[in-house]
Design a protein around this ligand. Structure first.
Ligand SMILES: [Fe+2]
Length: 463
């Protein structure tokens, strides 16, 4: 991944000597492109770059600001002042430049407090490198919902006029929001009506799988039926499914309250965590749901997540998303859409489905493999910017040669996403390491060398 050395902490973090006539010019020159880095966050602490102006500092202006920094237990890394360029008054009007560290949850309050005693307060943070989870427990903060399809808000939702259904959904929302990393996944008792909906979906879709689903899906589906309680008469429990996945690919499930923001959802994939809804669609519309539900997750996503190659592909999209700017998140979620949700692949001379949006939709699965839609080869550069359709069937589907090829193409694409750092996923601690010092790179390399040595030895033994 491309490294921008202007982001190395401590470099260029001061007012420029040759600062131009405005504060913005000086600030832009002094900050460089990537200097305010949220990846400096450690143990919930964030590094902020602040600039502000204090009028007439002699009259206790600075002591008020200093008290605010003290009150929030701010650790100051760098503090610099100079005479305010825009001041027409006295030499006591100063501009300040502060690099400081504060607890993540206090960052906004610190800035707001500072605004009460200083002028022109600017914080340089969110628009540089967005916050991203580094430990699996950080996923407790990644549950921001896109609420447009919820039964409480969407007049077109089949459950909008059913108070019982909305009550049931509130129950599932509470379950998801009260879940914390490490908790056992909640087991749910489904009603007879919910089970009947599942049965109808299960029967209809499983009749299409032998002819429409890819081999990896069929193999996993068979295993799920054998070992994980997949059957038409009961809805599988997330806990059992999660255990099954963990043994096969290291993926695990986490309850989600609904459709999550792309950034949060993709971030969880980086940790091999799949955020899964647990409620079921409304019984009046068993073959269609405007939002993800457990039929979509369990029948669409789960079987594919049991495949090693596909699991790596999913994690790679997640890793690429960490710390990416909004424009890149948009492209990655479009890639996700045309692959993990609506992807097709070549297999033994024919085209098969591997996308969850297809494998959980009877109508679109048939449509996607008819001769009606347009097919294009999977090419991340093209796919990432292709318009998508979330109201009706896709007019265009992208076909992967195979998962290995799709994975390699995605990895090349991810390398081109501009970030000032390289990330490494540590499977032992399930955490993301920012490789921002030579020592960290050396330690990671050492581990890889040992693994490689072991594999070479194994190869020698069996050849
Ligand atoms: Fe999905």
């Amino acid at each position: 991944m491309k490294t921008d050395t202007s982001g190395v902490p401590g470099r260029g973090l001061s007012f420029s000597e040759d600062a131009g006539p405005t504060k913005e010019t000086a600030l832009t020159k002094s900050l460089g492109k990537w200097d305010s880095l949220v990846w400096e966050e450690e143990e919930g602490r964030a590094t902020l770059i602040l600039t502000f102006t204090l009028w007439n500092v002699k009259k206790a202006g600075f002591s008020k600001a200093a008290k605010i920094f003290e009150a929030f237990e701010t650790k100051i890394h760098h503090l610099e002042s100079r005479q305010a360029k825009t001041s027409t008054n006295t030499v006591d009007d100063l501009e300040f430049f502060v690099k400081c560290e504060v607890h993540n949850s206090d960052a906004s309050a610190l800035i707001n407090s500072l605004k009460r005693v200083a002028e022109d307060v600017k914080a340089h943070r969110e628009d540089k490198v967005p916050w991203f989870p580094k430990k699996i427990r950080d996923l407790d903060k990644c549950h921001h919902l896109i609420t447009k399809y919820e039964p409480d808000l969407d007049h077109g939702h089949p459950g909008y006029t059913d108070p019982e259904y909305r009550k049931r959904r509130a129950f599932f929302t509470d379950l998801a929001f009260s879940y914390r990393e490490g908790d056992p996944l909640p087991r749910v008792e489904y009603s007879a009506q919910e089970t009947a909906t599942w049965r109808e979906v299960y029967r209809k879709l499983s009749s299409l799988y032998p002819t429409h689903a890819c081999k990896q899906y069929l193999d996993a589906f068979q295993q799920l039926e054998k070992y994980c309680g997949y059957q038409e008469d009961s809805i599988p429990q997330l806990q059992d499914v999660s255990r099954f996945l963990k043994e096969r690919t290291g993926f695990q499930l986490r309850p989600a309250a609904g459709l999550l923001s792309s950034r949060d959802f993709l971030a969880s994939l980086a940790f091999r965590v799949f955020q899964s809804t647990q409620y079921i669609r409304h019984s009046s519309s068993p073959m269609h749901s405007p939002e993800p539900d457990c039929c979509h997750e369990l029948l669409g996503h789960v079987p594919m997540l049991a495949d090693k190659e596909f699991a790596q592909f999913s994690q790679d999209i997640g890793l690429a998303s960490l710390g990416s700017l909004d424009a890149d998140i948009e492209k990655l979620s479009t890639l996700y859409w045309f692959t993990i949700e609506f992807g097709l692949c070549k297999q033994n001379g024919s085209i098969k489905a591997y996308g969850a949006g297809l494998l959980s939709s009877y109508g679109e699965l048939k449509f996607a493999l008819s001769n009606k839609p347009e097919y294009k080869p999977f090419d991340p550069e093209v796919t990432a910017v292709h318009p998508y359709q979330d109201q009706t069937f896709q007019p265009v589907y992208f076909i992967a040669e195979n998962f290995e090829d799709a994975k390699a193409k995605l990895q090349s694409y991810a390398l081109k996403i501009q970030k000032p750092f390289t990330l490494h996923y540590d499977p032992f601690t399930c955490s993301i390491e920012v490789l921002n010092t030579p020592q960290k790179v050396k330690t990671t390399l050492k581990q890889m060398k040992e693994d490689l040595k072991n594999l070479c030895f194994a190869l020698e033994n069996i050849s």
